[in-house]
Every structure is written in C-alpha cells, then in structure tokens.
Ligand binder design. Structure first.
Ligand SMILES: Cc1cc2nc3c(=O)[nH]c(=O)nc-3n(C[C@H](O)[C@H](O)[C@H](O)COP(=O)(O)OP(=O)(O)OC[C@H]3O[C@@H](n4cnc5c(N)ncnc54)[C@H](O)[C@@H]3O)c2cc1C
Length: 324
C-alpha cells in the first residue's frame, strides 16, 4: 500500500542541508510509491522549496514565522505538529542531526509513537521494511521493523544517497500559518565559531588529526590536504584536550559522528571512543608511526610512518593529479 511520508527539511544560513535530500530519498523507500511531503520551517525560507521538489518532494509545506528564524525546540515542535496534523502522514523522516536528535523524541512522545533513530540503511525483506542502525559504538548493527502505526525514523547524514536532481520539476508548494506561542527559550543571537570551509558532519572527505599532530601548527598540513580534497578537518579528543584545535572538530562518542567517503586519520591511535564516530566511513586511511596502533584494525589502507613526512607527500601527489 502506498503511503504519505512527511520529511523535515533543514536549512542553514539560507541553504538547504544535504540531509534534507537524503531524507527525501529515505522517505521514497518508506512511501512505496506514495507521496513525499517536505516540511520547511523558518523565516524567509520559501525560496528553497523548489530545490526540495527537484530532489523528489511531491509537495512542500512551508511554516514561516519570525519566531522560527532560529531553531528552538518549542517553536519547531509547534510548527511541525501543526504540519503533521494538516497532512496526517503514515511516516516521518528527519535527519539524525543536532536538530533532528533534539526534535524527534519530542514529536514522537507527543504523537505517542515509536522512533527508530540513527538509521544508516533501509532494506526490504519479506514485504517489510528493515531499518538498520549501528549499536555499541558502531561495533554491531541492529535491524528493526515497525509492526504497526506511524513509521518514524531519523537517518544518519551521508549514508542514504539523494535521488538524482530533476531540474525544473514542479509540485505543489503551500504555506501553513501557525501561531507560535509560549516559547520557553528565545534565541537572541547566535555567535558562530570562526570555522571556515566544509561542514564537518556533511563532509565527503575528512582529514583528522590526533595527539600525534603535536601542536596547533601541526594541523596546518592537514588543513592544506583537506582543502585540496574539498574536505574538512576533524580531530580526536586527544588533540582537542591538548588544545591543538577547537572541540567543535572533535569526532567520536562525545563528538560528532561522521560518515564521509574518505577519512584520513593522522596520528590517531584508534581508541574505541574515537572509532564510535568514524568507523562507518566508506574508506579509512590511517597514518601512524606505530604499526600496532588500533586504528589500523578499521583502516582500509594503512601507512606506517611519520605523518609529517607522509601528509606533505600526499599533498604533492594530489596536486599533481589535480593539475593533470
Ligand atoms: C567517556 C569518554 C568519551 C570519549 N570521547 C571521545 C571522543 O568522542 N573522541 C575521541 O577521539 N576520543 C574520546 N575519548 C578519548 C579516547 O579514549 C582517547 O583518549 C583519544 O581518542 C586519544 O586521542 P589520540 O588518538 O589523538 O591520542 P593518543 O592515544 O595519544 O594517540 C596518538 C597517536 O599518534 C601516533 N603518533 C605520534 N606521533 C606521530 C607522528 N609523528 N606520525 C604518525 N603518528 C604519530 C601515536 O603512535 C599514537 O597512536 C573519550 C574518552 C572517554 C573516557
């Protein structure tokens, strides 16, 4: 039976985040040929609707309000619950992002629904959809099915490929007026950390440094390599604790969980807490002086050597490839 699936889109600084398109693709799998309704919440965001349509949304519902300019749990929950009431979907998909992690349990509890979080793939088996998610810090995967009621999932960014973009595709775009009231928190201002370049949680390539990088300036060659590959710089907690870089770069159990196409770990030993955040990367390259380092257990390619010799060599070689 075909289903109507509601998908939450996420925008940041005037642009849609990739996970919005990945969530549409996940929604398609849930819908069994049914309708995908993308919900876009914020202020002055309606111009982004067309891109959602081109990535597969069959309808876009925008909820605009000056109190929704910045994310707040209360405000977004009110907007989303109104959209859910208006659309009566059979399923809901969010990105497993900071926003999705905060909002999805609130919505699930308001609706009295279950929630399958952090889904990395969706398969079909015996006529049922099977949701696969990592557990035990990525050491195992569990498979879940929904036996009835609303299907509510959050998907880990960078795991489900978006549908191909169809330029000029058209679909219904409607706006929903919601009176946003009684906000318990009001964001007055957002002060951003001066991180330039690609967003770590959506990066396709990450060059990460650990305590082996030895200093703040030791991160420079890693930044150069990341820039060259159009990627982002990440770090182990060891490097953050040693004040070589900011905690916003930390990857792992208590940092960001990332799944890039390529993860280059430089001078990182491979503690379980670090691997919890990166072991599902598609290709892992580890550079470490110690041939016994734990990181080599999850690496697809291991380079035993000094990162200060190896990284400049990689930069040199990638530059040659880029020129030719
Ligand atoms: C509750 C809890 C939560 C945690 N959460 C996280 C988390 O989210 N993320 C995280 O990363 N950690 C986390 N940790 C910390 C984790 O246990 C490790 O201490 C940390 O990951 C180690 O960082 P590291 O690999 O950079 O440093 P080290 O373990 O000190 O490793 C440094 C590595 O660099 C290599 N090296 C040194 N010099 C060079 C060189 N010149 N060239 C090449 N290699 C070199 C060494 O051989 C070594 O393998 C957590 C710990 C706890 C208890």
């Amino acid at each position: 039976m075909s289903k109507k699936i509601l998908v939450l889109a996420e925008a940041r600084e005037g642009a849609l985040r990739n996970v919005s398109f990945e969530a549409i693709a996940a929604g398609k799998k849930l819908s069994n040929g049914g309708e995908i309704v993308s919900v876009l919440i914020g202020e002055g965001i309606s111009s982004l609707s067309q891109e959602l349509v081109e990535y597969g949304a069959d309808k876009v519902v925008t909820v605009e309000h000056d109190k929704l300019k910045q994310y707040s749990s209360d405000g977004y929950a009110q907007a989303l619950l109104a959209a859910i009431e208006a659309e009566s979907p059979d399923g809901i998909v969010f990105g497993h992002t900071a926003l999705g992690k905060d909002l999805s349990p609130r919505i699930a509890s308001k609706l009295g629904s279950g929630l399958i979080s952090d889904v990395t793939s969706i398969e079909e088996s015996g006529g049922k959809l099977v949701f696969i998610r990592p557990i035990y810090s990525g050491k195992a995967f569990e498979k879940k099915v929904v036996n009835g009621g609303l299907v509510f999932v959050t998907i880990r960014p960078n795991n489900i490929d978006p549908l191909p973009k169809e330029e000029g595709r058209s679909a219904e775009v409607t706006s929903l007026n919601v009176d946003i009231t009684d906000l318990r928190t009001i964001i007055k201002d957002v002060v951003r950390k001066a991180t330039d370049g690609v967003d770590l949680s959506e990066a396709k390539v990450i060059v990460a440094g650990g305590r082996g990088v030895k200093s703040e300036s030791g991160f420079e060659p890693l930044k150069e390599l990341a820039d060259l590959l159009g990627g982002a710089v990440g770090a182990s907690r060891g490097a953050c604790d040693a004040e070589y870089c900011d905690y916003s770069l930390q990857i792992g159990q208590t940092g960001k969980v990332v799944t890039p196409d390529l993860y280059i770990a430089c001078g990182i030993s491979g503690a379980i807490q670090h691997m919890a955040g990166m072991s599902n990367s598609k290709v892992i390259v580890a550079i470490n002086k110690d041939p016994e380092a734990n990181i080599f257990k999850v690496a697809d390619y291991g380079i035993v050597g000094d990162l200060f010799d190896v990284v400049p060599l990689l930069i040199e070689e990638f530059k040659k490839i880029k020129v030719s």
